[in-house]
Design a protein around this ligand. Structure first.
Ligand code: ADP
Length: 598
């Protein structure tokens, strides 16, 4: 599958082409072309192309629209054909768009309606959509929203303490740069060799726009931008946090209108407002030459970021890693050092040499914390376009971009027996009687039953599932573990080393064995389904069960792919009770597949 991605900003256009090899999963996605235009002016613009950074050439395009229109030609000259879909970055998707969404007329209208909330960004994004639809009328166009990743933020993080009728009118925090924060969080987990769902991370995206995001156990729980991309950190031309009281003061005392105030906060504030330049390189050069305004601007910039680190570590109750990305985060060792200075008290300290020696490229994510400190600090390039392409590919592979629905099977306690166990329990050479076929081909429940015997009690009438296995495995729920008086670990089927012992009792005798587990929740998936939605054996996903009144999202659901599996999710009786399941239920596998480390 080949996907073209547009990332149109207010003053730049980046684009990239991504391929998934036939039969490959999303993690195998490769970029095959990239280009960018910026510094538009009467004389044209700068153009970079090629997979390496490429040399900068001048191009004759004076604005975003003419540059976007030139993209098909540029792709043709580079020999890029066979594009199957176009993905667009859309800054503001409001509360509705939680995942990649096909750009129908109705969706476009909704995005238009959100423009007042992102006045610098949504119009530029929509311009690219309009041109792409003209140029490739037959290709499906998809939107991936900066806001989607943050829609997991709890109400306490997104609710402004303002009158009810304002909130009823839609005033709330959203957060932006979601695609970037999500990508770098996944990249950091990979680089640390840890599961994202086990980590508490703070990601600092410091580019022309800047935001901080707290990612706890795989989900964004707070971020520094608010209802609009104006709140939070100091940015190139945006103020970030200000006292809302200044609106009244500026209006009454200085006679400024709302539009003037807003324009100044968006376009003439931040580094520009403090120093006259919105470019951190200029500001740093001037500070080094002794300019007091530039020095103060740098101090304010770092101080604001440091405050957010403290706030988010407190919000998450701890911190495992801090991630720097964006033009400033990636390229300014002195800003990284200033931001981290003074955070030793929370186990966060940079190593000077590692910080100075950061080399990015080829998706590197070097660590720059001082040796022996508790909090890891990583620097990595963001890859918003790659992430957009992944999300579009995943949405396309899931029919109609809807969540894939998976039947849920509730496994009551049961045992898988070895021949040895059958001999001991039912008599030498005994053959079990297959009674009911199970949905996994070749599997059955036997007519015979056994008793589980533990130090605290017995459970009778326990099902035996066939066919026989090399090792006996006993699967119970946590509640059963209390009844038996044995603490069983949550394990994947077959991972039996070090598991506790249990006594089985049958009509002909008893059998003592280890192999007592609580089965880790998992989805049996056949290869065709796995390929269609871009999942591989060993991936983990989230599955949401909507039941009457007691719905639940299960995280960390393990994907187990086999050629002819019947695709269904297995949970135990405790999990089923927690979700209030009665009767047949399906789970929704959200588009948020957590990709396995590569
Ligand atoms: P955008 O948000 O538009 O994608 P970028 O992520 O490219 O922006 O970040 C642009 C910012 O990065 C600018 O302020 C620029 O000065 C800064 N930057 C780029 N390289 C360096 C550097 N070597 N040192 C300090 N700042 C840098």
């Amino acid at each position: 599958m080949r996907i073209l991605v547009f990332n149109a900003g207010s003053s730049s256009l980046k684009f990239g082409v991504y391929d998934i090899p036939r039969g490959g999963g999303l993690v195998q996605m490769q970029q095959c072309f990239k280009g960018s235009f910026d510094r538009f002016g009467a004389g044209g613009c700068d153009y970079r192309a090629g997979l390496d950074e490429g040399t900068v050439t001048r191009a004759p395009y004076t604005d975003l629209a003419s540059a976007t229109q030139a993209v098909p030609d540029m792709l043709a000259r580079a020999g890029i054909t066979g594009i199957e879909a176009v993905g667009h970055r859309i800054a503001h998707g409001g509360a509705e768009f939680t995942a990649a969404t096909a750009l129908s007329a109705e969706v476009l209208e909704k995005i238009h309606a959100l423009t007042p909330l992102a006045p610098l960004h949504n119009p530029a994004n929509l311009k690219a959509v309009e041109i792409a639809r003209d140029v490739w009328p037959d290709l499906p166009q998809w939107a991936v929203f900066d806001t989607s990743f943050h829609l997991t933020n709890p109400a306490r993080a997104v609710t402004y303490a303002v009158p009810q009728h304002w909130r009823d009118a839609g005033l709330r925090r959203f957060g932006f740069h979601g695609t970037s924060h999500k990508y770098v969080a996944q990249r950091a987990a990979e680089a640390l060799g840890r599961e994202l769902r086990d980590l508490r991370l703070i990601s600092l995206h410091l580019g022309n726009g800047a935001s901080a995001c707290a990612v706890a156990l795989g989900e964004s729980i707070d971020s520094s931008m608010g209802m609009t991309p104006l709140e939070g950190l100091v940015m190139g031309t945006r103020s970030g946090d200000v006292d809302p009281g200044l609106f009244g003061y500026l209006s009454r005392q200085m006679g400024l209108g709302i539009t003037e105030i807003e324009d100044a906060l968006y376009r003439d504030s931040g580094l520009k407002g403090l120093t006259g330049s919105s470019d951190m390189r200029d500001v740093e050069d001037r500070a080094a030459a002794g300019d007091a305004d530039a020095q103060l601007a740098i101090n304010i910039y770092a101080y604001r970021a440091r405050k957010y680190i403290g706030a988010y570590a407190a919000a998450m109750g701890g911190l495992d890693a801090l991630i720097f990305t964006g033009g400033i985060g990636e390229n300014s060792p002195s800003m990284r050092r200033r931001i981290c200075d003074g955070l030793e008290f929370m186990g966060l300290k940079l190593d000077h040499d590692r910080n100075m020696a950061v080399e990015l490229g080829a998706h590197a994510a070097p660590q720059i914390q001082a040796y022996g400190t508790r909090v890891n600090v990583l620097v990595t390039e963001t890859a918003e376009q790659l992430m957009i392409a992944r999300e579009v590919a995943q949405a396309i592979r899931t029919p109609q971009g809807e969540a894939l629905r998976i039947p849920i099977a509730v496994s009551a306690r049961h045992v898988h027996l070895s021949q040895c166990a059958v001999d001991a329990l039912f008599g030498p050479g005994y053959e079990l009687t297959p009674d009911k076929p199970l949905r996994q081909k070749g599997h059955w429940a036997a007519r015979e039953r056994v008793v589980l015997h533990g130090p605290k009690g017995e459970i009778a009438n326990v099902a035996i599932l066939g066919p026989l296995r090399d090792r006996t495995q006993v699967e119970i729920s946590r509640t059963d573990g209390f009844a038996l008086g044995i603490d069983a670990p949550v394990r994947q089927s077959g991972a039996l080393d070090g598991t506790p012992h249990i006594r089985l009792i049958g009509p002909a005798g008893q059998y003592d064995t280890n192999g007592l587990i609580i089965a880790a929740r998992h989805i049996h998936m056949n290869s065709a389904d796995a390929q269609q939605i871009g999942l591989s054996d060993g991936d983990t996903v989230n599955v949401t069960l909507t039941t009457s009144g007691r719905g639940l999202t299960f995280g960390g659901v393990l994907i187990r792919v086999t050629d002819n599996a019947f695709t269904e999710m297995h949970i135990d009786t405790d999990e089923a009770n927690a979700a209030g399941i009665s009767g047949a239920v399906e789970g929704e596998l959200s588009g948020e597949a957590v990709l396995r480390s590569t």
